[in-house]
Design a binder for this molecule. Structure first.
Ligand code: ADP
Ligand code: MG
Length: 349
């Protein structure tokens, strides 16, 4: 186990003659034994970041430290990292046992010690011992990911790197393995970077979560901090489902007035162009609501329902107790105390 520190990591690829800025000045610090989840849309640089930490890619600038050791010059096999990718690349011609034993064998430990550690890892990942003589093609997707995890953990890596390890699985298995990963983490205490494009997965697994966009880290914080105090409108919309509704407008004389439609009091806010954000739980249908619109669609998720209300202002998602009909005219009341206010450029006020 190690503390992991990245300082000012940048990495540019070339696409033809055009540069692609995959990572821009990425700085982060993961405590020994911590799980940091990294979340962001496809193409924002998550995989590149893991590859730089693993030593599979070189950064153009910046440093990677495990504890106090700069590892930038070390090849992957000397860094003490374990990794699992979205589509686990198990060696197809090797048995499950041999797949898990691959790392320990490369270290030339005794056959007995290899056997002990393979069985231990398999047990930890709940890979049935009877599967060990079988081949990857004989296993289900979920079983293969368990084997991939066992293979990553068997050498007791200083840092565990997980790149969307659950996203190829169906919903039921994804949830099961997600809980499993939390358990594994508690059991092994491995310092972990967990990458996903799914914000709910990130919030569930990360003690802290880093939100990335276009090669940059937009915000790092506890799930609750990202949800309650997003640093900008990108984080506000990316974290939490359904996404926060945003309204452009102006603040003057202690009121926010939306460019199209409604206004509410904002105590103590500096005047100027602004954006106000409301989550579905911060608004409700009410006969005397200040916003009027038409229900475009209703999403009934069983435990809760959401109405998508269209109006001059755009679309507002409202959590509803009684589900209205699509096409119904409704009035919506905002809870002004719950508004999140941003500058016109999207930074939190
Ligand atoms: P993510 O994992 O978040 O989807 P990636 O790290 O894979 O993002 O990619 C970040 C950006 O770098 C993307 O624009 C991607 O197209 C580009 N990229 C990744 N790998 C290469 C490569 N080997 N050559 C050129 N461009 C790349
Ligand atoms: Mg990726």
């Amino acid at each position: 186990m190690a503390r992991l520190r990245l300082a000012d990591i940048s990495k540019t690829y070339r696409r033809g003659t055009a540069p692609v800025f995959a990572l821009r000045d990425v700085t982060l610090d993961v405590a020994e034994g911590e799980t940091l989840a990294i979340v962001g849309p496809s193409g924002c640089g998550k995989t590149t970041l893991l590859r730089v930490v693993a030593g599979l890619a070189r950064s153009d600038a910046g440093s990677v430290l495990f504890d106090d050791d700069e590892v930038g010059e070390l090849p992957p096999e000397r860094r003490g990292v374990g990794f699992v990718f979205q589509h686990s690349a198990l060696y197809p011609h090797m048995s499950i046992y041999e797949n898990i034993a691959f790392g320990p064998r490369a270290r030339r430990v005794s056959a007995a010690a290899i056997r002990t550690s393979v069985l231990e890892s398999a047990r930890q990942m709940r890979v049935d011992e009877q599967l060990l003589p079988h081949f990857p093609r004989e296993l289900s997707g979920g079983q293969r990911q368990r084997v991939a995890l066992a293979r990553a953990l068997v050498t007791q890596p200083a840092v565990l790197l997980l790149d969307e390890p659950l996203s190829a699985l169906d919903a039921q298995l994804r949830l099961e393995l997600r809980l499993e990963l939390a358990r594994i983490h508690d059991a092994t205490g491995a310092t972990t970077l967990f990458v996903t494009h799914d914000q709910s997965e990130a919030l569930s697994l990360g003690r802290r979560v880093a939100v990335m966009r276009d090669g940059r880290i937009e915000q790092i914080g506890k799930p609750r901090e990202l949800y309650d105090a997003p640093a900008n409108t990108f984080v506000a919309r990316f974290v939490g489902a359904p996404p926060m509704a945003l309204f452009e407008g102006t603040i003057a004389d202690g009121r926010f007035t939306a460019s199209r439609g409604f206004s509410f009091a904002v105590a103590g806010a500096a005047p100027g162009a602004a954006i106000a954000g409301f989550r579905a739980s911060d608004v409700r249908l009410a006969a005397d609501g200040e916003i009027r619109g038409v229900v475009r669609a209703v999403e009934d998720l069983g435990a809760e329902s959401y109405a998508y209300v269209d109006g001059d202002f755009g679309t507002l998602v409202v959590r509803v107790a009684q589900t209205p009909q699509a096409g119904e005219r409704v009035a919506v009341q905002l809870d002004p105390t719950r508004a999140k206010l941003f500058d016109a450029d999207g930074k939190r006020r």
